[in-house]
Design a protein around this ligand. Structure first.
Ligand code: AMP
Ligand code: ZN
Length: 134
């Protein structure tokens, strides 16, 4: 895909801090990490986001790779846990329109903000949304 920064990282046209590669995907450090070790899992195949007709096998592979990287963050960086985050659309924080998964190592008091503030909808409000989504 022309002018896609992640396609260029995959092809090697743009340098990156690659920590993992197989036939399907790469994992590389985020240049603006939320915490040290923040890694992006990037499929070699270009897909805009999760709704872009993504093969089930590819999705499984990406999540399996996220688990491998998360385990490494715990073992080698002494992370106590990790977040797996995947943004779709600019409103959701997506800035690079090539499907990818963030794996963010977590440490006590690391200052990484929670993604949402919990709300308290009524049963009626929950029910109305349920009817729309089911
Ligand atoms: P998102 O906002 O979910 O689309 O995530 C895109 C991520 O890619 C951001 O966290 C950026 O910091 C990161 N990023 C952008 N350009 C590069 C690059 N050249 N190498 C590594 N990470 C990058
Ligand atoms: Zn791409």
């Amino acid at each position: 895909m022309e002018n896609c920064i992640f396609c260029k990282i995959v092809s090697g046209e743009i340098p990156s801090s690659k920590v993992y590669e197989d036939e399907v995907c790469i994992a590389t450090l985020d240049i603006n990490p939320a915490a040290p070790g923040h890694t992006l899992i990037i499929p070699k195949e270009h897909h805009q986001d999760l709704t872009d007709d993504v093969d089930e096998k590819l999705l499984g592979h990406l999540f399996k790779t996220a688990a491998i990287i998360g385990a490494r963050q715990k073992e080698r960086l002494n992370a106590e846990g990790f977040n797996v985050i995947q943004n779709n659309g600019e409103v959701a924080g997506q800035s690079v329109h090539h499907l990818h998964i963030h794996v963010i190592p977590r440490f006590a008091n690391d200052g990484v903000l929670p993604l949402w503030k919990p709300t308290e909808p009524s049963m009626e409000e929950l029910g109305a949304v349920k009817d729309l989504l089911k």
